[in-house]
Design a protein around this ligand. Structure first.
Ligand code: NAD
Length: 322
C-alpha cells in the first residue's frame, strides 16, 4: 500500500532518542525513500538505533541542530520533518539559556527552513506540560495553558504557536502532538532525574522496599512509547493540519497504583515505604481526553499499563545483563 511516506525523504530531529527511534522504525514499514536522523546524542544513542543501523535508507547525521548550516543541509531535499529534538524539562530549568537556544531558536530555524524548502508537513513534538495543572479532567485540547510554570512548557507553547503563525503566514502545514507521560523500553535510565519507575525497578532487582515520597496520590497518564510513535505516523498520514492533539492512554494512574502494577508484573512481594514529600509538584493530576486524536488521526492507544510495564521491566533487566 502506498501513502505519503512511500518514496518520501523524511527528517527526524532527535531520531536517536527514546521516542524518535520508534518513529523511525514505524516509518520504515511504509517504504520511504530516505530517512535522515539529526541527533547530537546528548540523550539519544547508537543502541536505540540498533534495529535500523544497517538499513541503507537511514542516514544518521551526528550533529547539533544549533549548527544552522547542518540543519539546513538536513532539511533541504526533505519532504516531511518530524521535529522531536529537545532538552528534558529538568535540563531546561537547570540551563534556561541553553533551553532557549535548543527549544526556541532551533524550532524557529526549523520552521523558517521548512518554509524555504517547501516542506509538505511538520510533525512537532509538544507536551502535556503546556497545560500546567489543567482545568478539566480528562483534559481536552481546549484547556488553557496559563497554569504552566515551567520553561519547558513555555517553550513547547512557543513551538505550537510558532508553527500556527507560520501556517497563517506561509501556509506551512503542521500538527503538534501533546504527549502525556511517555514510558517504555529505551527510556532514560542513567540520568540525574531518572524516572521514578526506573528507581523502583532497581529496588525490585535489589529486593529493597521501594520508597514513595508523600502519599503517592499524584496521578499521571502513562502512555506507551510505541503508541506515541504510532500517533506520529498517523499525524503525518492524516489530512489534519494546524491542529494540536493530546496523546495519552486515558487512564489516570496514581504513583501508588503504578508501583502496585510494577510489583505485580514482576511477581514481587516487596512493600512500599513512605517518606515525607521532599518537593512540591505543582502538577498533581494528569489525564488526557484524546477524542480529537481518535476522530481526526484515527489514533487509539493499544498497550495497557500492565503490558507496557511488563515490557519495560523485561527490557530493563535484560539490559543490565549486558
Ligand atoms: N518522554 C516524554 O515523556 C515526553 C513527554 C512529552 C513530550 N516529549 C517530547 O517528545 C520529544 C522526544 O522526547 P524523548 O522522550 O524521546 O526524549 P529524548 O531526550 O530521548 O530525545 C530527544 C533527542 O534529541 C536529541 N537532541 C537534544 N538536543 C539536540 C540538539 N541540540 N541537536 C540535535 N539533537 C539534539 C537528544 O540527543 C535525543 O536523542 C521531545 O521533543 C520531548 O520534549 C517527551
Amino acid at each position: 500500500m502506498t501513502n505519503k511516506i512511500t518514496n518520501s525523504t523524511i527528517l527526524v530531529t532527535g531520531g536517536a532518542g527514546f521516542i524518535g527511534s520508534y518513529v523511525v522504525e514505524y516509518l520504515l514499514e511504509h517504504s520511504p525513500k530516505k530517512i535522515i536522523i539529526l541527533d547530537n546524542l546528548i540523550r539519544g544513542s547508537h543502541p536505540n538505533m540498533v534495529n535500523f543501523k544497517d538499513n541503507s535508507i537511514v542516514q544518521f547525521v551526528e550533529g547539533d541542530m544549533r549548527d544552522t548550516a547542518l540543519l539546513e543541509d538536513c532539511i533541504k531535499g526533505s519532504d516531511y520533518v518530524f521535529h522531536m529534538a529537545a532538552l528534558r524539562i529538568n535540563s531546561c530549568a537547570a540551563n534556561p539559556s541553553e533551553g532557549f537556544d535548543v527549544m526556541l531558536k532551533c524550532t524557529f530555524n526549523v520552521a523558517e527552513l521548512c518554509v524555504k524548502y517547501k516542506i509538505k508537513k511538520v510533525i512537532y513534538s509538544s507536551s502535556a506540560s503546556v497545560y500546567g495543572l489543567a482545568q478539566h479532567f480528562p483534559t481536552p485540547e481546549t484547556d488553557n495553558p496559563y497554569d504552566n510554570q515551567t520553561f519547558y512548557g513555555a517553550a513547547k507553547q512557543f513551538g505550537e504557536q510558532l508553527f500556527r503563525s507560520f501556517k497563517f503566514m506561509y501556509d506551512l502545514d503542521y500538527v503538534a502532538l501533546r504527549y502525556f507521560n511517555a514510558y517504555g523500553p529505551r527510556m532514560d535510565t542513567d540520568g540525574k532525574y531518572t524516572e521514578v519507575m526506573i528507581k523502583w525497578l532497581d529496588c525490585i532487582r535489589d529486593s529493597k522496599n521501594p520508597l514513595i515520597y508523600g502519599d503517592g496520590s499524584t496521578t499521571m497518564d502513562f502512555v506507551y512509547v510505541k503508541d506515541i510513535a504510532k500517533s506520529n505516523v498517523a499525524a503525518l498520514l492524516s489530512d489534519a493540519t494546524d491542529e494540536a492533539f493530546n496523546i495519552g492512554n486515558c487512564e489516570e494512574t496514581s504513583l501508588k497504583e503504578l508501583l502496585e502494577v510494577l510489583l505485580k508484573v514482576n511477581n514481587s512481594t516487596l512493600t512500599p515505604e513512605h517518606r515525607e514529600e521532599n518537593s512540591i509538584n505543582p502538577v498533581s493530576r494528569r489525564l488526557a481526553n484524546i477524542d480529537k486524536a481518535k476522530a481526526l488521526l484515527n489514533f487509539t492507544p493499544t498497550i495497557s499499563l500492565e503490558q507496557g510495564m511488563k515490557e519495560l521491566s523485561e527490557w530493563y533487566f535484560e539490559k543490565q545483563k549486558k
